[in-house]
Write a protein that binds this ligand. Structure first.
Ligand SMILES: C=C(O[C@@H]1C=C(C(=O)O)C=C[C@H]1O)C(=O)O
Length: 416
């Protein structure tokens, strides 16, 4: 038997292969989940309400004889927007390897390339089936938004703010959601791949599905018994196809004063939020490097032991959210400035996505490197942290680089 045949003959169920739009899919270094059907949807009007609604939905499900009550889905960036959480009818799980198939990714031919994307956003040309794209806001307006943010930073209203932009992409045919998810998971096997079914506006049946797809590198919080882990990221550089230039970029990031400050703000905020809940918090002295196929990031993996084992993973996640990795500091001022400067609704982008079980265990990741997909269109999102000393053109280039995770998974690779 040729050695490669093992790749096509999984011994465990192939949950990634079994995924169909309408289901919930999530893969992490620890496990892969495929949830189908709706036992109960969860509707809540605030974050506090959300925690109560989830707890009672899980209890009710168990009392109704549900064999494996679990909540899955996504919580938006803003707490006044509806969450997309539900107790699924069935959940299948496998261990770490499933959904993380090695070998070449399907999709565009040729070797994986990690394009240098430190130039400002330029139109994509030359792919088949691609009919148009629309950046929101236009790149020049994003630059002006960063200038505005810098003025507020200088005035002392803010210490950090994350400004995002969206990219609307229209294809010549309906998006193959299954294939895009497979590409995301295979190209970034260390990331948390996810697919969340979204309601179709107007709720008209037969209009097609809407799905949130992504591959996030950022763990907001995981709980396993009393043990918790969070892995905030902040401070970024784009990868480069030349390995020498690429590792130089990583090294430069590790010593960049601006990025280290940006990162430290996030870590301080998270440690301060977790301290009252943990009897033991292990915080590395400084960040290390984490990479995706497209990006380098400064990363700090923090672990702790919960004082009160009744505190659930979702409670911890909503306590931390939104961290300064996606919002800013002070949080309230940053949130207001985001609403004023960004000309679009973040929706589920920059929120949290994951699962939680009835014991309180769960994994929630930051909803980044994602797109909302509906029929022939995709809306991609990407943001960058702005602190004193940030250069608008570099922040624009950083968001361009972050779009690459989704664009490559769709087969729209600007390097082609
Ligand atoms: C906001 C995003 O990413 C976040 C911002 C980062 C930064 O500013 O360096 C790095 C990782 C994420 O925490 C995004 O990918 O859209």
């Amino acid at each position: 038997m040729p050695p490669n045949d093992t790749l096509t003959m999984p011994r465990t169920p192939d949950l990634l292969g079994d995924y169909e739009p309408g289901a919930f899919f999530f893969t992490s270094p620890a496990r892969t989940l495929l949830a189908r059907g709706v036992h109960r949807t969860i509707s809540a009007s605030s974050a506090g309400d959300l925690r109560r609604c989830v707890a009672s939905a899980l209890r009710d499900a168990r009392e109704a004889g549900h064999p494996d009550p679990m909540v899955v889905g996504a919580v938006p960036f803003r707490d006044d927007r509806p969450a997309r959480l539900l107790v699924p009818a069935t959940v299948r799980r496998t261990g770490p390897a499933n959904g993380r198939v090695s070998g070449p990714a399907p999709g565009p031919a040729g070797p994986e390339r990690t394009g240098g994307t430190s130039t400002p956003f330029t139109p994509f040309t030359g792919f088949t089936g691609f009919t148009g794209f629309g950046p929101v806001p236009a790149p020049d307006d994003y630059l002006r938004g960063v200038e505005k943010a810098l003025t507020r930073l200088t005035a002392g209203e803010l210490t950090k703010i994350v400004l995002a932009r969206a990219l609307d992409v229209t294809l010549g045919a309906p998006v193959d959601v299954r294939r895009v998810l497979r590409n995301l998971v295979r190209r970034d096997p260390q990331a948390y791949g996810y697919a969340v079914d979204l309601p179709v506006p107007g709720g008209r049946p037969g209009t097609g599905t809407r799905t949130l797809l992504g591959a996030s590198p950022e763990l907001l919080v995981a709980r396993s018994g009393r043990r918790i882990t969070t892995n905030p990221l902040a401070g970024s550089a784009s990868r480069h196809p030349d390995p020498v230039v690429d590792s130089e970029r990583g090294r430069a990031l590790l010593t960049s004063d601006k990025d280290l400050r940006e990162h430290a703000l996030v870590i301080e905020n998270i440690v301060e939020a977790l301290r009252p809940y943990c009897r033991d918090l292990t915080v590395p002295a400084g960040p290390s490097l984490l990479s995706t196929a497209s990006m380098w990031h400064l990363s700090t993996r923090i672990t702790g032991v919960l004082d009160d084992p009744a505190v659930t993973s979702l409670e911890l996640a909503t306590l931390l959210h939104p961290t300064p990795a996606v919002c800013g500091t002070p949080a309230r001022a940053a949130r207001r400035a985001i609403e004023e400067i960004e000309p679009f609704d973040r929706g589920l982008y920059a929120g949290l996505v994951g699962w939680g079980d009835i014991t309180g265990d769960g994994e929630w990741v930051v909803t980044i490197r994602c797109a909302e997909v509906a029929d022939q269109t995709l809306r991609l999102f990407a943001g960058a942290g702005i602190v004193a000393g940030s250069v608008p053109e570099s922040e624009l280039a950083e968001t361009t680089a972050k779009f690459q995770t989704m664009l490559r998974a769709v087969g729209l690779d600007r390097d082609r």
